[in-house]
Design a protein around this ligand. Structure first.
Ligand code: NAD
Length: 240
């Protein structure tokens, strides 16, 4: 198992849900963090908590991942503050569901812009640092929705399928630089994203929690560098 202590990680959408759980799990391993949120002040409390509890450095930058200039500036600033970007977690994401003919085209496009373009912009900004240091780990939080489409999910499923596909292509491009690109594909997780969209979360004791995805992220990051994982999917109930 690889030691993560004193590595550095940039996490998008770290304010709540899965991103927050991953941030805490990495801090507990001694990883220094660069957290990105649309409003940096939203993350000040989390920064204080993680710094005090785990003694790691935590820097915060404001950026909307779907705005290229903003996310490029944020990644650049975090690289300067952290001194390196060893781990990138593309977690920021949004969801809304509706029949393709009924959905507002602007909403459809917004989902693609955040979930796909956002991960692309962030990766494009961080990758040169990883190539330069000849190592890195990129975890893209996709979804089982990207593995198989379902009714009302045309935008969300398409965004996550494209993210999976982009990750596989990138994996082939950067493996020679010892950079691993992995998609994490959870089924429904108990977060605001799920409850706001009335997603079936499952019964009380089999509800997947953000911390379960954080455990998966940690397990993936701790695999020896020689191991290339394409994707890691987790379900708490049987796949249908
Ligand atoms: P969440 O709504 O609790 O958290 C999402 C985070 O992303 C928030 O902090 C939000 O502010 C941030 N964010 C959204 N748009 C952003 C933007 N344009 N720029 C910067 N930050 C932005 O949701 P979650 O369930 O924790 O989702 C995290 C990721 O996991 C998403 O990519 C989501 O698609 C994926 N996912 C969620 C589930 C689920 O059931 N909850 C299942 C599979 C995959």
């Amino acid at each position: 198992m690889l030691e993560l202590k004193n590595q550095t990680a940039v996490i998008t959408g770290a304010g709540k849900g899965i991103g927050r759980a991953v941030a805490e799990a990495l801090a507990a391993e001694g990883v220094h963090l660069g957290l990105i949120a649309r409003t940096a002040s939203d993350l000040e409390t989390l920064r204080g908590e993680l710094t005090e509890k785990y003694g790691v450095n935590v820097f915060v930058q404001a950026a909307d991942v779907s705005v290229r200039t903003e996310i490029e500036a944020a990644v650049q600033a975090l690289h300067e503050q952290l001194g390196a970007v060893d781990i990138l977690i593309n977690n920021a994401g949004i969801a809304s569901f509706g029949k393709l003919v009924d959905m507002d085209p602007e909403e459809w496009e917004r989902i693609i812009r955040v979930n796909l373009m956002g991960a692309y912009y962030t990766t494009r900004a961080a990758l040169p640092f990883m190539i330069e240091q000849n190592s890195g780990n990129i975890l893209n939080v996709a979804s089982t929705a990207g593995e198989r489409g379902f009714a009302t999910g045309s935008a969300y499923c398409a965004s996550k399928a494209a993210l999976i596909s982009m990750s596989e292509a990138l994996m082939q491009e950067v493996r020679k630089s010892n950079i691993r690109v992995v998609t994490l594909n959870p089924s429904t997780v108990n977060t605001e994203l799920a409850s706001n969209n009335n997603l079936p979360i499952g019964d009380e004791d089999r509800m997947m929690q953000p911390e379960d995805v954080a455990d998966l992220a940690l397990a993936t990051l701790k695999l020896p560098a020689r191991v290339f994982v394409k994707s890691a999917g987790i379900w708490t109930t049987n796949p249908q």
